[in-house]
Design a protein. Structure first.
Length: 339
């Protein structure tokens, strides 16, 4: 089934509905939605730290300042190494889950374990491919950041000396970085699409190497740059639209839920004071679990539909994948001619 990027939307929604809801079992539904969110994600969260106010300025502490203890260095190094190791393990497990969920969606099965074991070798090689690509991006960031290091270092030194940097100098230093950041984000997004949407099926179905998978993908992109470009645009737009729709649907129930929890907490604190702290903690934990379950149940279908969309679009251009998604109908033997 050769479908354009736009034509692939409706079949993706239909397959998502059939996969998650026919038949509907709450425990299986929650499991699949949780795996979908872990492997696909629903969006990123940004953390911004604001300087605290007060009558005096807080200067950043650097190694060698009176408040820095050199004895902390081994502990800091150990924490960094442990964090890196844990991150590698988690990313490997997520990669294994991606292959397992790929197996579920392609073959329309709901058990995670068969795909988890079936694609172990492929997932390990795909994991290392992603690590190499990530290191290449890190190297590119470092190379692009080199021309700006001296300028930021000068500003930091001036701030340590109590000299307020000129706003124009900061703007002149930051403005050239913005297009570079946007370019890196675009390159990262395109690379992620190529890896997960196009190369991963070749790893799973053919046990392909990185070179063979990329050659097969490029052989399909090269004569159809327009359709693949439209697909990439829709892969940006459609999840954003889905998140907006979810937000619009859940905003009022979410406000009501938060208001009820807040009133319970305030009421318990007013009635019991400090003695009600354990009950308030219990209500907070239960509220968090309810919000978590709700987020998984509502976000999981969106993540699943995103992966189904990728499979259907590329399945029309990759026959091994397309034949599994839409098995060819066997021709009915002709009836013998009457004698």
């Amino acid at each position: 089934m050769y479908l354009s990027a736009a034509e692939s939307i409706l079949p993706a929604l239909q397959r998502t509905r059939a996969f998650l809801f026919r038949p509907f079992r709450l425990g299986t539904y929650f499991k699949l939605c949780l795996v979908a969110l872990i492997t696909e994600g629903l969006g990123g969260n940004s953390h911004f730290s604001h300087p605290s106010g007060g009558g005096h300025s807080h200067q950043p502490q650097f190694p060698g300042s009176p408040h820095f203890n050199p004895a902390w260095i081994p502990a800091i190094i150990a924490i960094v190494l442990v964090t890196i190791a844990v991150s590698f393990v988690l990313f490997y497990l997520i990669t294994r889950l991606r292959f397992a969920y790929f197996h579920c969606l392609v073959h329309n099965v709901r058990e995670i374990r068969p795909g988890w074991h079936l694609y172990r070798a492929q997932a390990a090689r795909f994991f290392w491919l992603n690590i190499v690509v990530g290191l290449c991006f890190l190297l590119a960031i470092l190379v692009l950041a080199l021309p700006f290091v001296s300028g930021f270092w000068r500003i930091a030194q001036d701030m340590r000396a109590g000299v307020q940097p000129h706003v124009g100098a900061i703007i002149a230093l930051v403005l050239p970085i913005i297009p570079l950041i946007l370019l890196l984000l675009l390159a990262a997004f395109v690379t992620d699409i190529v890896l997960r949407d196009f190369m991963l099926p070749h790893y799973a179905l053919e046990n392909a190497t990185a070179g063979h998978a990329w050659a097969a993908v490029w052989a399909r992109i090269r004569p159809q740059k327009g359709p693949f470009f439209v697909y990439a645009l829709l892969r940006i737009v459609l999840p954003i639209i889905g998140v907006i729709v979810l937000f619009a649907v859940l905003i009022i129930p979410g406000i009501v839920f938060v208001a009820i929890v807040a009133m319970l907490e305030v009421g318990i604190h007013s009635a019991l004071g400090g003695a009600g702290t354990p009950l308030m903690i219990l209500i907070g934990v239960v509220s968090f679990l309810i919000a978590f379950v709700g987020g998984v149940c509502f976000g999981g279908p969106l993540s699943t539909a995103t992966r189904e969309y990728a499979l259907i679009f590329y399945g029309g251009r990759y026959q091994s994948l397309g034949d599994i998604l839409f098995p060819p109908v066997a021709a009915t033997p002709a009836a013998p001619a009457p004698r």
